[in-house]
Write a protein that binds this ligand. Sequence first.
Ligand code: PHE
Length: 354
Amino acid sequence: MDDLKNKYLGLIADAGDEATLEDLRVQAVGKKGEISLQMRELGKMTPEERQIAGPALNALKDEINSALAAKKAALGDAALDERLRSEWLDVTLPARDRRVGTIHPVSQVWEECTTIFADMGFAVAEGPQIDSDWYNFDALNIPGHHPARAEMDTFYMHRAEGDNRPPHVLRTHTSPVQIRHMEKHGAPTRIICPGRVYRADYDQTHTPMFHQVEGLAIDKDISMANLKWVLEEFFTAYFGTTVKTRFRASHFPFTEPSAEVDIQCSFEGGTVKVGEGDDWLEVLGSGMVHPKVLQAGGIDPALWQGFAFGMGIDRIAMLKYGIPDLRAFFDSDLRWLRHYGFAGLAVPTIRGGV
Ligand code: PHE
């Protein structure tokens, strides 16, 4: 019996993992294990022999079981130690920079315009930013000698010598989209065309690229009254306060009659507040679509009429969010965006501690 004891205690001490330990358990104290087999022999013994062998076998079984349990616990501890060693994590490593973007004010206002006009039944139409001078000028009744066509104001596409395609320009307004849309969809129609436009201009209130939203509504009996209602509805929704408009007679080759539209505002303490006060701020050009423009778009001016307007998106974004210099929109230093509440372009990191 001592041999048995020494054999198993030795094997258990040497076991390197839990699977080996389990094999040993089966071999020693399992149902058909060596000790169980010996216990079966007890029946064949004399009562005297049994009295000695029985308790001794039980004691051996207990001893082996506790050696197994102790070794199992020791192996478990060793495995945990090993995991703790290998999966060590350096929590003192500095956090990675996390940059969070934010929507650009122009994109935001572009979306706002689209949503408000969509509520009034206007679909969105788009056109190319490089367009022929026919769409940008001629079709809009802008004659060849008009100053807007001068190279001083307009970016013309370069043509290689011998390239005789008609001149193309970076569109100077979104109005050419009117023509393209009329050609394709006819009348009646109700669209806005938001987009980028280009003019050779640069100062506090002008950048060479800026954004406009064009509006066009054509039907049998559309009038200036509809135009006024649509614009007042728009400004009131956009600025979140009732905004009066003032129409001033003006001239555009593509509308007749034409009006420049001002919105009511106050200029107190160096800031512009829309929807209050006795001052006026010009925000857009508009009018009834000129018959020649309808014709250029393939629509019969004897049957249809409509209004059009063109408004600066950057302009109304500056007004709503109180941004004084248009150039800030296109500046590479975007800290100003945070200043005006469009936070998040480059949030401080944990290391910055802010
Ligand atoms: N296209 C004109 C501009 O860019 C604006 C405008 C659009 C005026 C439609 C009247 C009608 O200044």
